[in-house]
Design a protein around this ligand. Structure first.
Ligand code: HMG
Ligand code: MG
Length: 311
């Protein structure tokens, strides 16, 4: 049975923008976060504290965190791959994140390409980050990348996913995100990976992160909803990709997920009209149309209404 309520974790400012080649200024990123929270999103992944050599677009992480005008009830998260990233993220107590994300991979090949270490080494790096976060009452989410397929290894089995789930649980991670980094997953495979996460984490602490490269993300979300999963990442305007997974498109567009959830009568607290404003804003800055189908359809509908009103 579908859940009555779903939490959408907006990852556009981080997962979406990290892939943009041209620099996007901090003021634009901050404005995007403001528009997303104004639309009713209550979980926003703002930026990442990673190496600026690896991902130059996120080099303004501290500036963006300091510039966000926090809204009550919103949880702001950032990626921290190691203690250096965590220390930078909490350096300014006034602007520290409410949640951090450690990101591992279900394949050795992707782990090496994305974070330059083996799975085992990554867990050894994450363990002190988890402890340091908990010491400051900061929640820790993990992302398990390439859980449904890897651009370097190919097929990834549920056993490989569960191995990393288990390791993340052992170091005290609070929440487990199952990520289809390159969007190759299909519904049964998504369910099979999610089942493994659910063997170690409660339903309230698992989420799905589906990129839409092959147009399967909504189907995968629907399949997970039927298992009772009620937290999903999504990216405004369908922005993004992963710099270490060439050809992968962005996460499923938040507008597309919201339109489906609204249609299913599932509560999210997010207003589609205002969300489309945020999508139009960032797409305008980037000089292109949103990738999300709903974003475009909503904008076309608005334009048609305006034409009728003007006639
Ligand atoms: P490394 O080169 O192995 O690290 O990188 P190192 O410890 O050897 O340090 C090398 C240099 O990086 C040093 O600087 C460090 O100080 C610096 P230098 O002495 O050469 O001037 N450094 C850092 N600087 C800033 N922040 C840090 C940091 N750590 C070291 N935290 C590292 C290892 C993990 C840092 C690197 O590989 C990296 O930054 N990778 C980032 C990869 C990334 O951001 N990928 C995209 C996000 S993940 C994603 O999109 C997937 C997700 O959406 C889920 C899904 O879809 O699958 C979450
Ligand atoms: Mg991603």
């Amino acid at each position: 049975m579908n859940p009555a309520r779903v939490t959408l974790v907006e990852v556009g400012p981080r997962d979406g923008l990290q892939n943009e080649q041209a620099p996007v200024d901090a003021a634009t990123k901050i404005e995007l976060v403001h528009r997303l929270q104004a639309a009713g999103l209550r979980e926003i992944e703002v930026t990442s504290f990673v190496s600026r050599k690896w991902v130059p677009q996120m080099a303004d992480n501290a500036q963006v965190m300091a510039g966000v005008r926090r809204a009550g009830g919103v949880r702001y998260s950032v990626l921290t791959p190691n203690l250096k990233g965590f220390d930078a993220a909490v350096k300014d107590p006034a602007h520290r994140p409410d949640e951090i994300v450690v990101f591992g991979a279900a394949s050795e090949a992707f782990s090496q390409r994305n974070i330059n270490c083996s799975i085992e080494e990554s867990i050894a790096r994450f363990a002190p980050v988890v402890a340091a976060a908990h010491a400051q009452a900061i929640k820790v989410r993990c992302a398990i990348s390439v859980a449904l397929g890897c651009p370097y290894q190919g097929e990834v089995t549920p056993d490989e996913v569960e191995r990393v789930v288990r390791l993340m649980k052992a170091i005290g991670v609070d929440h487990c995100g199952v990520a289809d980094t390159i969007g190759v997953g299909t519904p049964r495979r998504a369910q099979a990976a999610m089942e493994r996460a659910l063997k170690h984490f409660p339903l309230d602490e698992v989420s799905g992160h589906f990129h839409d490269t092959y147009g399967q993300a909504l189907a995968n979300i629907y399949a997970c909803l039927q298992m009772g999963v009620h937290t999903f990442d999504a990216s405004v305007a369908g922005l993004g990709g992963c710099p270490y997974a060439k050809g992968a498109t962005g996460n499923v567009g938040t507008e597309d997920v919201l339109f489906m959830l609204d249609g299913l009568g599932i509560e999210t607290g997010v207003d589609l009209d205002r969300l489309v404003d945020a999508a139009a804003f960032i797409s305008g800055v980037l000089g292109r149309k949103p990738v999300s189908r709903t974003g475009n359809a909503w904008l076309a509908r608005r334009a048609a209404k305006a034409q009728v009103a003007a006639a």
